[in-house]
Design a protein around this ligand. Structure first.
Ligand code: NAI
Length: 334
C-alpha cells in the first residue's frame, strides 16, 4: 500500500503538467496511490464552482494533494480556488524554494533561497467594503498566532535543512501595529533558535537587495502580500515561473503546487514546462518521507536542464512537454 494522494489536474496547462509529474513520480519507485480529480473550468457547469466540495473532502481524508493550476474567473464573484483551499484547510504556510539551475539562462549564478509566506491573513483575508461610492476599504489582519506559526515553520525548516539565516520581511516603520506585531513576534520566536542567524529587513529595501545580491539570502519569512510579490519577483531571478515549485502546509493537510498559473496562452499544445510541478512533487515526496525517490527525481531534473538537449520553449529550447518528461524518466532509470 502506498501513500494515498489527491491529484487535482486543474485546467489550462494543468492536465498536461500533472500528467508529466505523475509519470515521473510513478517511475521513481515512490509508493503513491493517486485519487484523481478534474477541477477548474471543466467542472464549472456541473458543480457551479471550480473546486467542488468532494475535492476538499478528499484532501481532508488523504491529507496530501498535488494540484495543477486552476484559472480564476476574473470579477465573476468567485473566490480564487487557491484562497478557498488555503482557508478551508488552514494551510498557513506557503513555501517556495527558488534556486538557480545549471543550464538555465539567468542573470545570477548562486541563488538558493526559500520564501515562507503567511497564507491565511493579511490583506488576503478578503475583508473589504465600500465606505461610500468613492472610497473602498480593505482590512489588513495580522495575528500573533499566524505570525508565530509561519516564523516557526521557517526556523524549523532552516534547522532541518542546514540553513544558516532567517530574514523577516516587514513594513513595521509605517504599519506600526500590524507589521509591528509580525516583527515583534518574529523577534521573539527567533530567540528560541540560537543556532540560526536572524535579521529583519523592510520590504522595499528587501526588494532592492534581492535584485542586487540574491545570493546573500537564505530563508525569508513574511506576511501574505509581501510573500506573494517577492516570490514571483524572486522567480524572475532564476529564469521564470516555470521552475518554481510550492507547498501549502497546515497542521492537518498539505497541498503541493507550482507557483505559475494555468497559462491559457499555451494550453493544450504540449509546450508547457512541467518542471515546477515535478519539483512540487519532489517536495511532496520529502514531506511523505519518500526521500530516496525525491532525491532521484531532483537529480534527474537537474541533469536534463544542465544538458540542455530537451528544454521547453520558455527556457529557449524546442522540446515538447512529453519529450522533456521522457528525458527525465530515462535519467531515473540510468
Ligand atoms: P500564468 O503563470 O498562467 O502565465 C504567465 C506567463 O507565463 C504566460 O505567458 C505563460 O505562458 C507562462 N507560463 C506559465 N507557466 C508556464 C509553464 N509551466 N511553462 C511555460 N510557460 C509558462 O499567469 P497568468 O496568465 O497571470 O494566469 C492565468 C490563470 O492562472 C489566471 O486565471 C490565474 O488566476 C490562474 N492562476 C492560478 C494559480 C494556481 O492555480 N496556483 C496561480 C497563479 C495564477
Amino acid at each position: 500500500m502506498g501513500h494515498r494522494v489527491t491529484l487535482i489536474k486543474g485546467d489550462g496547462i494543468g492536465p498536461e503538467v500533472c500528467k508529466a509529474a505523475r509519470k515521473v513520480v510513478d517511475e521513481s519507485g515512490a509508493h503513491i496511490d493517486w485519487e484523481v480529480f478534474d477541477a477548474g473550468a471543466s467542472v464549472m457547469d456541473e458543480y457551479g464552482t471550480p473546486i467542488p466540495e468532494h475535492i476538499i473532502e478528499s484532501i481532508k481524508k488523504n491529507k496530501v494533494a498535488l494540484k495543477g493550476p486552476v484559472t480564476t474567473p476574473v470579477g465573476k464573484g468567485f473566490r480564487s480556488v487557491n484562497v478557498t483551499l488555503r482557508k478551508s484547510l488552514n494551510l498557513y504556510a506557503n513555501i517556495r524554494p527558488i534556486k538557480t539551475y545549471a543550464g538555465v539562462k539567468s542573470r545570477y549564478e548562486n541563488v538558493d533561497l526559500v520564501i515562507f509566506r503567511e497564507n491565511t491573513e493579511d490583506l488576503y483575508a478578503g475583508i473589504e467594503h465600500m465606505v461610500n461610492d468613492e472610497i473602498a476599504e480593505s482590512i489588513k489582519i495580522i495575528s500573533k498566532k499566524a505570525s508565530a506559526n509561519i516564523v516557526r515553520a521557517a526556523f524549523d525548516y532552516a534547522v532541518k535543512n542546514g540553513r544558516k539565516k532567517v530574514t523577516a520581511v516587514h513594513k513595521a516603520n509605517i504599519m506600526k501595529l500590524s507589521d509591528g506585531l509580525f516583527l515583534r513576534t518574529a523577534q521573539e520566536v527567533a530567540k528560541e533558535y540560537s543556532n540560526i542567524e536572524f535579521e529583519s529587513v523592510i520590504v522595499d529595501a528587501m526588494s532592492m537587495k534581492l535584485v542586487l545580491n540574491p545570493e546573500n539570502y537564505d530563508v525569508l519569512v513574511m506576511p501574505n502580500l509581501y510573500g506573494d510579490i517577492l516570490s514571483d519577483m524572486a522567480s524572475g531571478l532564476i529564469g521564470g515561473l516555470g521552475l518554481v515549485p510550492g507547498a501549502n502546509i497546515g497542521e492537518n493537510a498539505a497541498v503541493f503546487e507550482s507557483a505559475h498559473g494555468s497559462a491559457p496562452d499555451i494550453a493544450g499544445q504540449n509546450k508547457a514546462n512541467p518542471t515546477a510541478i515535478i519539483l512540487s512533487a519532489v517536495m511532496m515526496l520529502e514531506y511523505l518521507g519518500e526521500t530516496e525517490p525525491a532525491h532521484k527525481i531532483e537529480k534527474a531534473v537537474e541533469e536534463v536542464l544542465k544538458e540542455g538537449k530537451y528544454l521547453t520553449g520558455d527556457l529557449g529550447g524546442n522540446a515538447t512537454t512529453d519529450q522533456y518528461t521522457d528525458a527525465i524518466v530515462s535519467k531515473l532509470h540510468n
